[in-house]
Each structure stands twice: as C-alpha cells, then as structure tokens.
Write a protein that binds this ligand. Structure first.
Ligand SMILES: [Ca+2]
Ligand SMILES: [Ca+2]
Length: 86
C-alpha cells in the first residue's frame, strides 16, 4: 500500500476553499457576483434595503469586497451554514 503525496494536496486545496467560501455557496449561478435572489437565499433576513446598502457601488450585484465589508460591519450575519447551531 503506497500513499502518494499528490493525494494529500487535494484535501488541502478543498480546506482552503471551504474556509473562505461560503461565497461559493451563495453564488449559485457561478458568475462571481451575488444577485439579490442569491443573497436572499443565503441571508433570508437581509431584506432589499440591506441589499442596496451592501451593494455600495449600486451596480445591482454584490461582489466579494462588498460582501466582506457587510459581514465585517455587522450589516449581515454570517450565513446559516457557519452558525449551524440552529
Ligand atoms: Ca451569481
Ligand atoms: Ca456592487
């Protein structure tokens, strides 16, 4: 039985991705931006006014920087997945 180092690299990459990537769960159409429906699905309590506030450049989409800012400022609570105590 041989264990190749190459096999170990895959889980490490996956850990790195999942650590910062509740974002990938939000972006269901995979376009790199978070539309209102995507954000609403991930943050059911958000509401349209919060979305408009989060979308600070008002392009109708939330990008990673805007999302990070919103989480940082407490405008959004982290996605339910991350506080799975429910
Ligand atoms: Ca999207
Ligand atoms: Ca935006």
């Amino acid at each position: 039985m041989t264990i190749k180092y190459g096999v170990l690299a895959v889980p490490l990459v996956m850990v790195a991705l999942t650590a910062g990537a509740s974002a990938a769960d939000i972006d269901t159409n995979d376009d790199g931006l978070y539309s209102f429906p995507e954000m609403e699905a991930a943050f059911p309590d958000m509401g349209v006014n919060a979305f408009l506030e989060i979308d600070s450049d008002a392009d109708g989409r939330v990008d990673d920087a805007e999302l990070a800012q919103a989480l940082d400022s407490g405008l959004l609570d982290p996605p339910p997945e991350r506080t799975a105590a429910n």
